[in-house]
Design a protein around this ligand. Structure first.
Ligand SMILES: *Cc1c(COP(=O)(O)O)cnc(C)c1O
Length: 391
């Protein structure tokens, strides 16, 4: 593993990215960037990262040839089993990387924001592992909606703080986390959960997640004699599992597909299809596509899947979609639910609702005869009650 940048030196991917932050944070963000640039190529850091991924997280995750789905769709479909990671999704790859960096930087206190609670759980997990204080900001409404994950975070020793402002959801939790960081810049490390936020976060999170496509290449070579598939498909909220699955294929002719949440339909007013509905603006410290009104107020996104319910999209994806390197497909709640149900019965694997958006995208694509890798970003235990309501 060696880091080679995708963004330019200021963290821009074409028109998107950068670091739009208060002056008071500039020194810390620069300190973080320097630490990342140094440690991302340092052998001891990488050895520790890889050892934890192997024995704590359970990597490499299998690349499973999905015989039943392949027969049904007449293609060669491989599932990258990120659902088998410790804590049940890809998010822990990133929190392991960032906690190791926080330790190297001598930080004593970890903060994070979470929507559905998945990133909060992954952060609380690595804080317990490393014995660091953990504070997770979460919208008051999300705390009500996501009780099991709030319980997990508490069990792991994290403090969950409610964001009571605005719509009391993810963007308000993020504002609270940034406020905390501003007040505690010296001893606090902010672990961001997707390829969003100011430079260097998108680069850093993509790099830690790039282990996914690194493994795909090796596993596919072993199984098929070729390291590149014809197509890679992943769901996109902020875009971290997709960034990891696309990473080592960006400079190739492999077709890259991003499945976004259309919610009740792209034109329904209840959607999270950012690449279609978004316009350029600044959110969470970077310039990217986001859902906003004409005067720049953020439009509340909607998706049945809490992990895709985000008003922006990472700047790397904004650029890749804008430049047509990545094709985005908007999948409705109903399409995702029905794909998740039939996939469970076909393969004996219950996918996260986020992942079901990627599975549903397969039906919309021309994949006959192609070798396709589907990134199975997480397991669906957390979504059972939602699935069952629609059975
Ligand atoms: C959080 C989450 C996502 C969405 O986040 P990305 O950063 O876009 O990957 C997708 N799938 C699962 C299982 C998640 O927990």
């Amino acid at each position: 593993m060696k880091y080679s940048p995708i963004a330019d030196e200021h963290g821009f991917y074409g028109d998107f990215g950068g670091a739009f932050i208060p002056e008071m944070l500039r020194k810390n963000v620069e300190e973080l960037k320097n630490a990342f640039l140094y440690y991302s190529s340092e052998p001891e850091f990488i050895a520790e990262f890889k050892a934890l991924l192997a024995d704590y997280v359970g990597r490499p995750t299998p690349l499973y040839y999905s015989k039943n789905l392949s027969e049904k769709l007449q293609a060669g479909i491989y599932l990258k089993r990120e659902d088998l990671n410790h804590t049940g999704a890809h998010k822990v790859n990133n929190t392991i990387g960032q906690i190791l960096l926080a330790k190297r930087m001598g930080k004593k206190r970890i903060i994070a924001e979470t929507g559905a609670g998945q990133h909060g759980v992954a952060t609380a997990t690595v804080c317990a592992l490393m014995g660091l204080e953990c504070i997770v900001y979460m919208g008051a409404i999300d705390i009500e909606r996501q009780k099991p994950n709030v319980g997990r975070m508490k069990m792991l020793g994290a403090e969950v703080r409610a964001a009571e402002s605005g719509s009391k959801t993810l963007k308000d939790a993020t504002n609270e986390a940034i406020r905390d960081w501003l007040a505690n810049v010296d001893d606090t490390f902010y672990i961001i959960g997707s390829v969003v936020g100011p430079d260097p976060y998108p680069e850093m999170v993509a790099y830690f997640q790039s282990v996914i496509s690194d493994e795909i290449k090796k596993q596919l070579l072993e199984k098929t004699g070729k390291e590149n598939p014809d197509m890679v498909v992943a769901c996109v909220g902020g875009g971290s599992n997709a960034a990891g699955a696309f990473y080592h294929f960006i400079d190739s002719d492999v077709q890259l597909i991003a499945a976004e949440a259309a919610g009740r339909g792209v034109d329904s007013g209840q959607s999270a299809a950012t690449s279609v509905l978004g316009t350029i603006g600044v959110i969470h410290g970077s310039q990217t596509l986001l859902m906003q009104t004409k005067d720049g107020q953020i439009v509340e996104p909607y998706s049945i899947s809490a992990g895709l319910d985000y008003p922006g999209i990472g700047p790397m994806h904004a650029h890749l979609i804008h430049s047509k390197r990545v094709q985005s497909i908007a999948i409705t709640d109903n399409e995702a639910l029905s794909a998740g149900l039939s996939f469970s019965r076909l393969e004996g694997i219950i996918p996260a609702l986020e992942t079901s958006h990627a599975i549903a995208a397969l039906e919309r694509l021309d994949i006959q005869g192609k070798t396709v890798v589907l990134n199975l970003s997480g397991r669906g235990d957390k979504d059972l009650s939602t699935y069952l309501k629609h059975l």
